[in-house]
Design a protein around this ligand. Structure first.
Ligand SMILES: *Cc1c(COP(=O)(O)O)cnc(C)c1O
Length: 379
């Protein structure tokens, strides 16, 4: 069976981890965590990076930093991972779901302004598949309405919009290093703080609501409880693993792009014949080949494809169940306006395996084979 995902291992992770074990410094914010912070700050162009134990944790920190109070509204797509919404719901916030664009499956920036009310606090663009949202428009709307922008760049490590790294453009951004993402530490994430006035509070929230990080830097002579917070930092072993991976971002992205391009070229004719649709990368976006997907005609064709690929030994997945149609989304969020692209595209999308070392030619042949058995009247 060809798995859907296989996390890339650089090879130097264990050396770093051994060093941490021998140093007896196992909690957070030691050498490797600091290395990762500096590296990410330099490569992303962001004033403060704070590693977290997941992107979910970084989103929870962002919701606290945004001062989300009960009843405050946060505009986001429904076509996203649950944590994008859940982080705000934990603070009593209300996710307001607007529809996605048909071409990139990102939030439709043209629909955001009409969803703004006197309760709106923030906009959360999600850079789906590491392809950028239309950030110029989103940032301009946010500026006019004095809203915060929190970029969910979980899938966006190594990708950019008009030369700016994903996660570096909003007031806050979040990254994921979950094993399904391009760069991983098993579980892991980062909060990107782009607004200098939020840095101090971000450090306090991450350290259980205390000023421990100032104490460690020698800026205060004792540390104490100051604010709400939790324990959001990863242990040093996780950071040591991540440090090995960060050295390889360019190489991993390059290899993933090669696979992505092979898929894209191989399916050119199918797209021309209108049998399937392929992803679109706008000129403004330099993507990171986080994902390759195909869009079929309807849900029956999609499920037939997944089943047929499984019989040929290739694991393909679909996602997401739109949040507005999930029990949690119905209870805690609401939609604004027509959401038909979300409903339609989430039914028709299939993700193909994409990992460094994948036998992409084999997968392409199986895909072409299965699609050649499609008959118009079958579906
Ligand atoms: C993976 C993902 C997350 C959550 O990341 P974790 O590190 O697993 O918490 C959040 N949002 C999006 C869009 C994701 O793809």
């Amino acid at each position: 069976m060809i798995p859907f995902n296989k996390p890339y291992i650089v090879g130097t992770e264990m050396l770093n981890i051994k060093e941490v074990i021998n140093s007896h410094k196992l909690a957070g914010d030691y050498k490797y965590t600091k290395y990762c912070h500096k590296w990410l700050e330099n490569h992303i162009g962001c004033c403060k990076v704070l590693l977290t134990h997941s992107c979910t944790a970084a989103l929870e920190m962002a919701a606290i930093l945004a001062d989300i109070n009960p009843g405050d509204e946060v505009i986001m797509p429904s076509y996203t991972f649950v944590s994008t919404a859940n982080a705000f719901v934990l603070r009593g916030g209300v996710p307001v779901f607007v529809d996605i664009r048909e071409d990139t499956l990102n939030i439709n920036e043209q629909l955001i302004e009409a969803a703004i009310t006197s309760h709106t606090k923030a906009i959360v663009p999600v850079h789906y598949a590491g392809v950028a949202c239309e950030m110029d428009t989103i940032l301009e709307i946010a500026r006019r309405h004095k809203l915060l922008v929190i970029e969910d760049a979980a899938q966006g490590v190594g990708a950019s919009y008009k030369g700016r790294a994903l996660g570096s453009m909003g007031d806050l951004g979040t990254l994921s290093f979950h094993e399904t993402k391009n760069i991983s530490s098993g579980e892991g994430g980062a909060l990107l703080v782009n607004k200098p006035s939020l840095v101090k509070r971000a450090e306090i929230i991450r350290e259980k609501g205390t000023n421990r990080s100032q104490f460690v830097k020698g800026q205060v002579d004792k540390y104490t409880w100051l604010d709400i917070g939790s324990s959001y930092l990863p242990g040093e072993i996780v950071s040591a693993f991540l440090w090995a991976q960060l050295q390889e971002v360019q190489n991993i992205t390059k290899k993933r792009i090669e696979i992505w391009n092979k898929y894209h070229n191989a399916f050119h004719k199918l797209a021309q014949d209108k049998k399937i649709k392929r992803p679109l990368i706008p000129n403004s976006s330099s993507h990171n080949a986080h994902m390759y997907y195909l869009l079929f005609k309807n849900i029956k064709q999609r499920m037939y494809f997944i089943e047929s690929m499984k019989l040929k030994g290739v694991d393909c997945y679909f996602h997401y169940i739109p949040l507005h149609s999930s029990p949690g989304g119905c209870e805690y969020g609401r939609i604004h306006g027509d959401i038909s692209n979300t409903n339609d595209l989430s039914d028709r999308l299939v993700r193909l395996p994409l990992w460094v070392g994948l036998d992409v030619d084999y997968v392409i042949n199986q895909v072409l084979d299965v699609i050649s058995t499609f008959k118009e009247d079958n579906f």
